[in-house]
Ligand binder design. Structure first.
Ligand code: NDP
Ligand code: GDR
Length: 360
């Protein structure tokens, strides 16, 4: 970078850059002229598929996108990366983000999602960057958990229902505390579910759109799902990362809900996705006996498998994004029905020669 002053430098550090949101955010910030640094984990296989399209060869002059090996469980590594990159904005998106998996790996989830957040905030303090570096925390509608109030807003009480949500609750409050204690410009984005063609394959929307495409193409026989009655407020990830950036452009840090204000049962999303793949579904039975049949052939294509039920479930999420609309000027654009259509269209292309998902 040339003679940029501290005030005009735009340097972002994104943890979780290889994930769905990280990929969209990196793309957005590069388009805005930022120098973007991302932390990726070492893996035995390639894990940069979502960001390959924006990769810049570091050997070429003027490259503005750089990746660093790191992990949220390694404090010294995080401190060193923050010191080396001197970011003006940190977006903490890295997390063990799968709710069901968190019941199986609760300690690891707490280490990466809760303590990982603390480690980054401490890096800011240790390096005396409290006034030069802003901080975004990927908080979640899972904090609301057991329904206390609908729609859920910034003032709705939290009641986490999984090890993931409990870890994110710690992260939420440590961000608030470091803001109040040390004056760090740190904000929580309480984001409701957001999806896209880049969504991880074991989250329910993508599992459904991939299966609808694979079944249509004759590459899969059946889709097994868990709780079809859960309701989620699903928006488009590309629009939500813009909200993250907006939060860090405000004069004062704060916490904001990003949501669409519309909720949809999992069962309806299944119906839409199969419809978009050209398969009309008829439902028969109820509860664990419920099955989805192809209306044209009578073949059973969808079956409930209790293995996918969670020990404690979040039944209903519907967010009120009024504060983000009024203070940030943010609102969602893509309705969930259109989102399902986009995801199925992409999966019909991708599934033509992709391997079939094993589990989810
Ligand atoms: P993804 O699961 O797609 O991405 C998670 C990212 O975190 C990946 O890059 C992953 O790396 C990385 N990661 C996981 N564990 C570690 C670790 N120990 N050290 C370093 N990196 C790690 O999540 P999303 O992009 O969907 O979500 C981004 C964030 O927003 C997460 O914190 C999630 O909990 C939160 N959130 C997501 C919502 C959503 O609907 N998508 C809603 C609300 C909050 P790798 O690629 O190697 O696995
Ligand atoms: P969620 O997303 O738990 O809301 O967390 P997910 O897509 O995993 O589940 C949504 C709902 O669908 C039900 N469900 C199934 N879920 C999965 N994964 N697989 C299935 O087969 C299945 N069948 C039914 C679930 O029980 C649930 O009710 C996501 C993650 O991105 C979090 O990181 C983020 O914080 C929240 O969204 C907001």
């Amino acid at each position: 970078m040339e003679q940029a002053t501290v005030a005009s430098r735009k340097v972002a550090l994104i943890t979780g850059v290889t994930g769905q949101d990280g990929a969209y955010l990196a793309e957005l910030l590069l388009a805005k002229g930022y120098e973007v640094h991302g932390i990726k984990r070492r893996s035995s296989s390639f894990n940069t598929g979502r960001i390959d399209g924006i990769y810049q060869d570091p050997h070429i002059d003027g490259a503005r996108f750089r990746l660093h090996y790191g992990d949220m469980t390694d404090a010294t590594n995080l401190i060193r990366i923050v010191q080396e990159t001197q970011p003006t904005e940190i977006y903490n998106l890295a997390a063990q983000s799968h709710v069901q998996v968190s019941f199986e790996t609760p300690e690891y989830t707490a280490n990466s999602d809760a303590l990982g957040t603390l480690r980054l905030l401490e890096a800011i303090r240790i390096l005396k960057m409290e006034s030069s570096c802003r901080f975004y925390q990927a908080s979640t509608s899972e904090l609301y958990g057991l329904v206390q109030e609908v729609p859920q807003r910034e003032t709705t009480p939290f009641y986490p229902r999984s090890p993931y949500a409990a870890a994110k609750l710690y992260a939420y409050w440590i961000v608030v505390n470091y803001r109040e204690a040390y004056g760090i410009h740190a904000s929580n984005g309480i984001l409701f579910n957001h999806e896209s063609p880049l969504r991880g394959e074991t989250f329910v929307t993508r599992k459904i759109t991939r299966a609808a495409a694979a079944i249509k193409l004759g590459r899969q026989d059946k889709l097994y799902l868990g709780n079809l009655d859960a309701q989620r407020d699903w928006g488009h990830a590309r629009e939500y990362v813009r909200g993250m950036w907006l939060m860090l452009q405000q004069d004062t840090p704060d916490d904001y809900v990003l949501a669409t204000g519309v909720t949809t049962p999992v069962r309806t999303f299944v119906q839409w996705a199969f419809e978009d793949a050209g398969i009309a579904i008829e439902w028969r039975g109820a509860g664990v006996e419920e099955k989805g049949y192809c209306a044209a052939t009578g073949r059973c294509l969808i079956e409930v498998d209790p293995r996918y039920f969670r020990p404690t479930e979040v039944d209903l999420l519907i967010g009120d994004p009024s504060k983000a609309r009024e203070k940030l000027g943010w609102s969602h654009e893509t309705p969930v029905r259109e989102l399902a259509r986009e995801m199925v269209a992409q999966d019909l292309i991708a599934m033509a020669d992709a391997p079939i998902a094993k589990d989810g």
